[in-house]
Design a protein around this ligand. Structure first.
Ligand SMILES: Nc1ncnc2c1ncn2[C@@H]1O[C@H](COP(=O)(O)OP(=O)(O)O)[C@@H](O)[C@H]1O
Ligand SMILES: [Mg+2]
Length: 314
């Protein structure tokens, strides 16, 4: 066009300059998408911390439990996170000392909420929860947390060594105790196989552990804490069949002599519970022993048969 004289040299220069600017701006625009994604990711993590549950204040004359046997009574409790959306409705159950009580039910039924209420992360709206015969609102929160331990579905490990992660269950425990509980939790062998054994760093920049290994660290932690009341919230549900067996064996050792609340959606894991409560949408729909429930032929029997068939097919 310059040769044809349809544009002048200054016009060409103007066009070139503008084109460079426009191209650069367009490129920036493309980056915006990635930046947006990054920001959203970071914001999510910030909100996770902001949303972290903080403890409810202790009552002025709250007590510290002594000589705990492990008795839990939930009496007609109701609870909602948001007004008008009941999550737990008029629910009752008891755990006698040393007993294994299971709660089963579909996802969203309110099972994990019960665990949170027992640990007093929230207060019930109606009814009451008693530990050793005392309303938990009259017990110091540290006292509740001291006598209970929870093995959740996904164990949170801290950056720090494996030994530190286990002794989080009882700070100040010495290494021989840590090794003892790790053995009972079927964790000793894989820990020894780690580059620095018990001193191996975990977390960011450290060694990554499999789901089953993390659960066994969590079990070792709970063993070290030696609680009277144990809560297992779908503790094996994210594991494959091979690691489930070895984790279940460790759990059986952990449960011995403790009052245990087993929350499960895999019904085969609750066969040996003393009592099973079937929950749906915040209510208990059936309860009894495994045999009782199978005989009754209700929701439990249906769920069991469906799960059994799917497991066979796998
Ligand atoms: N922190 C929360 N805030 C509001 N709603 C929640 C919260 N936690 C759970 N819920 C809701 O409560 C109901 C029961 O959840 P949950 O106790 O986790 O069920 P489950 O463990 O049986 O799958 C669900 O509808 C869930 O969306
Ligand atoms: Mg849950």
């Amino acid at each position: 066009m310059l040769v044809n004289k349809s544009i002048s040299l200054p016009e060409l220069m103007q066009f070139m300059t503008l084109a460079v600017y426009v191209a650069a701006a367009a490129k920036q625009f493309g980056r915006l998408g990635a930046l947006y994604q990054q920001t959203m990711g970071a914001a999510e993590r910030v909100f996770e911390i902001v949303d972290t549950r903080s403890d409810l204040p202790d009552a002025p004359n709250a007590i510290v439990l002594k000589n705990v046997e492990g008795r839990v009574e939930c009496q007609n409790i109701s609870f909602e996170y948001n007004t008008g959306e009941p999550v737990i409705q008029d629910l009752s159950f008891n755990i006698d000392p040393g007993e294994v009580v299971a709660i089963v039910g579909p996802s969203g039924a309110g099972k994990s909420t019960i665990a949170d209420l027992l640990l007093r992360f929230y207060d019930v709206d109606k009814g009451r929860i008693l530990i050793e015969g005392h309303d938990i609102r009259n017990i110091k929160t540290v006292s509740i947390r001291e006598i209970t331990a929870m093995v959740p579905q996904e164990t949170i490990l801290f950056s720090g060594t494996i030994a530190e992660n286990i002794s989080y269950g009882r700070p100040g425990a010495d290494i021989s105790e840590v090794i003892e509980v790790a053995k009972a939790a079927n964790a000793h062998d894989f820990i020894q196989a780690c580059p620095n054994g018990y001193e191996t760093e975990l977390g960011e920049g450290g060694v990554g552990l499999s789901g089953g290994q993390r659960q066994r660290i969590s079990i070792a932690r709970a063993l070290l804490k030696n609680p009277k009341i144990l809560i297992l919230d779908e503790a094996t549900s994210s594991l494959d069949a091979a690691s489930e067996g070895i984790v279940q064996e460790a759990l059986d050792r952990l449960m011995k002599g403790r009052s245990t609340l087993v929350i499960a959606h895999r019904l085969s894991t609750v066969k040996n519970a003393h009592k099973i409560y079937v929950m749906d949408r915040g209510r208990v729909t059936e309860s009894g022993s495994f045999d009782d429930l199978m005989r009754a032929g209700g929701l439990f029997e249906q769920l069991y048969k469906t799960q059994f068939r799917t497991q066979e097919a796998q």
